[in-house]
Design a protein around this ligand. Structure first.
Ligand code: ATP
Ligand code: MG
Length: 235
């Protein structure tokens, strides 16, 4: 479980997050929703130690993360799939995965086979350069690379970005399956509220750095006020 309490994060004088609190439960998907500039990416970057908060606490089970180094946070089993997917286009699928195994100091052969078994499309494309993959396949590759380290927490930054609706639905179904099969704590950041709410258990809505809703996903999905003013969902 990830517990965020009273988190405030700033870039100079600009506060990107103000007094943000919520919990992301184990074996559940917590969606973090909000418009451009709401602070979603900043939240994930702060959880994974890439950004230091001004105030507040983030704990994983009982361990405080805010004072830890990024690599130690990753070693604790917190995997971050960044916005834009973070795969290296000039590397093949296999080279991208090997890089993930290397970073996690794992036996590459077995780790790669596990991911090819889980995602057969990556096995078929193992010799292709990542920039030849479709957007959906690249998203699968970036998730597979994160999963190589057998994380307990998966932070996903806008996995649906730039994907057609049908591919988005497939990616969301994959995330739901992963959460269940690997007992993952998933924090799913999305501007695409309707897709995320379809698979989420819980939802946190941010508006210019402030939490405006923190509730069961189905409750958030049916709230007219949230849909209209914060989620850009047309009823
Ligand atoms: N490196 C930075 N330097 C200065 N300000 C930043 C930086 N990164 C983000 N910000 C500001 O912090 C606020 C939150 O940005 P953030 O990227 O976290 O939002 P977001 O919800 O991820 O937006 P998007 O949906 O566009 O990805 C914005 O006002 C943004 O301009
Ligand atoms: Mg973002």
């Amino acid at each position: 479980m990830i517990r965020v309490q009273g988190l405030t994060v700033a870039y100079g004088a600009v506060k990107a997050l103000v007094d943000v609190s919520f919990e992301a439960r184990t074996s559940a998907i917590t969606a973090v929703l909000g418009a451009n500039g709401a602070g979603k990416t900043t939240l994930l970057r702060t959880i994974s130690g890439l950004k230091t908060p001004v105030a507040g606490s983030i704990t994983h089970d009982e361990t405080e993360l805010t004072a830890m180094k990024t690599e130690d946070i990753a070693r604790m089993g917190i995997a971050h799939v960044p916005e834009g997917r973070g795969v290296i286009g000039e590397f093949t699928v296999e080279e991208n995965l090997r890089l993930g195994a290397l970073t996690a100091k794992l036996n590459a052969k077995q780790s790669l086979e596990n991911q090819y078994e889980r995602f057969p499309i990556l096995g078929e494309r193992r010799r292709q350069h990542a920039d030849q993959l479709s957007g959906g396949e690249r998203q699968i590759l970036s998730m597979a690379r994160a999963l190589i380290a057998n994380p307990s927490v998966l932070l996903l930054d806008e996995p649906s970005l730039g994907l057609a609706p049908l591919i988005t639905a497939q990616i969301m179904a994959t995330i739901k399956d992963l959460c269940a099969s690997d007992d993952l704590t998933v924090i799913l950041v999305e501007q695409n509220a309707s897709s995320a709410l379809r698979i989420a258990d819980h939802a946190v809505v941010l508006n210019v750095g402030h939490v405006v809703a923190n509730d069961v996903a189905s409750v958030v999905a049916e709230d007219e006020n949230l849909r209209q003013y914060y989620l850009g969902m047309v009823s």
